[in-house]
Design a protein around this ligand. Structure first.
Ligand code: FAD
Length: 278
């Protein structure tokens, strides 16, 4: 099974040290690559760069996320040239979300523009992953519009897609079928979010449009502050979801690790999955 792992740039030195421990523990999964998120508006440019360098000391392939909203073509060229010189050959190309208070601005309105720009300016120097939304991007006018934009973004030159996390596998299967009917054939890898903290998950899900089914919400809410029960139930739910996805033959699994090793390891180990480096 192709496994990829996502990390975010830590804010403090001690969190940076503990991320190194997490990463070394997760290295036994032999991920195809690991990715490092990027703050839109360039807010974690340095953090992303230093975390990418740190991860290159532990993993063979590291894919920085690059978000284009608010960036000029000169800034983007400088960032990508820097990555190229550091031996990076894979990117996760995103529009990103500007923090409130920022104007629109910048040379790129959508991720599709960034994918076009990378192909025009850097040819095939990078493998490009883009984002996909089985439960529909929250700003999309309609589901059909969103699918059309996704297909165009892929046709602009993406090699693969990673989905927003979801708890309902039907949404993923339908999305993949519909995308393939539109003539694309890249791997669409499900993004997997382990459940460890209800209030944080509810906040993220409200912001990104991921649906937490009522039966999951109610049970998690009912555990109150009982963290052990939340984690045990969350692990069961996500292990079942991953089992369904693997049985259906998904092209890989992308884990949103939240910079922690145990929740991802618990799921992978429960199913006896073996990573396969790319
Ligand atoms: P787009 O593909 O540009 O889509 C954004 C919206 O615009 C959608 O509603 C789409 O339907 C619409 N749209 C697209 N093209 C057009 C067009 N041509 N005309 C009109 N409308 C259009 N955010 C970060 O800030 N940093 C990260 O590191 C990060 N990593 C992520 C990783 C993954 C796997 C995922 C799924 C999301 C990630 N995000 C990250 C969040 C992402 O930036 C947001 O969801 C953002 O709102 C959309 O980014 P996108 O690349 O999907 O945008």
């Amino acid at each position: 099974m192709q496994i990829s792992l996502e990390f975010f740039p830590p804010k403090t030195e001690s969190a940076q040290a503990s991320l190194a421990d997490t990463a070394r523990t997760l290295a036994r999964l032999h991920p195809q690559y690991v990715s490092v998120t990027y703050g839109a508006g360039g807010s974690t440019r340095e953090g992303t760069l230093s975390t990418v360098t740190q991860m290159q000391g532990i993993f063979q392939k590291v894919a920085p996320h690059v978000s284009c909203i608010g960036a000029s073509t000169e800034e983007m060229t400088s960032l990508l040239t820097d990555y190229q010189s550091k031996g990076i050959s894979r990117l996760v190309a995103l529009r990103g979300d500007l923090p409130s208070g920022y104007g629109q601005g910048g040379a790129f309105a959508h991720a599709e523009d960034l994918v076009c720009f990378i192909r025009q300016s850097f040819g095939q120097a990078f493998e490009i992953e883009v984002a996909a939304y089985p439960e529909i991007h929250p700003q999309a006018k309609t589901a059909q519009d969103d699918l059309r934009h996704f297909v165009n973004k892929v046709k602009a030159g993406a090699n693969g897609a990673i989905t927003q996390y979801f708890f309902n596998s039907d949404a993923y299967f339908r999305f993949v079928d519909e995308a393939y009917q539109q003539g694309i054939d890249i791997p669409i890898t499900p993004g997997i979010m382990p459940i460890t903290n209800y209030s944080q998950l509810a906040r993220f899900s409200d912001a990104c449009g991921a649906d937490i089914p009522r039966w999951i919400r109610q049970r998690l809410a009912g555990f109150g502050d009982d963290v052990a029960s939340i984690r045990a139930f969350g692990q069961e739910v996500i292990t079942d979801l991953v089992d369904q996805l693997v049985t259906a033959g998904v092209p890989g699994l992308h884990f949103y690790t939240m910079n922690r090793a145990e929740p991802t390891l618990a799921i992978v180990d429960a199913l006896g999955l073996k990573g396969q480096p790319g």
